[in-house]
Design a binder for this molecule. Sequence first.
Ligand SMILES: [Zn+2]
Ligand SMILES: [Zn+2]
Length: 137
Amino acid sequence: MPKNQLLNDCLIKQGYSVTTARRLVFGALESQESITIKDLIGKLPGVDRSSVYRTIKLFEDLGIVKRVQIGWKYKLELSDNFSNHHHHAFCTNCKIILTLHEDSTIERAINSLARQHTFLLADHQLEIQGLCQACQV
Ligand SMILES: [Zn+2]
Ligand SMILES: [Zn+2]
């Protein structure tokens, strides 16, 4: 199912209408792996600032968006239902963020770790920090 169809279903099912602001915020999030709220506002000059904040708050409540800490910043990302599950690698020198796509070995290890601690796992975030290839010289 296309992601914007998923968004429409999610909003409508929970009693919210599909407004232009909601569509635009979703579109901007879709075109990025992760983004700060400040950059998101910058990408949406046609959308009122407070409306971006309200939309993000709603998206967080509905589980469409999650807040992830990458490096030293909080960023926004679409939740796993709306994008592909991934991890991050953060270069502490040039601050680049690399997306590490799903690795089933790690996913299994995390699930089993949660089970060992009788923890009911809902979500996880994983970030590795170090130097990217360009910064290793
Ligand atoms: Zn680097
Ligand atoms: Zn994972």
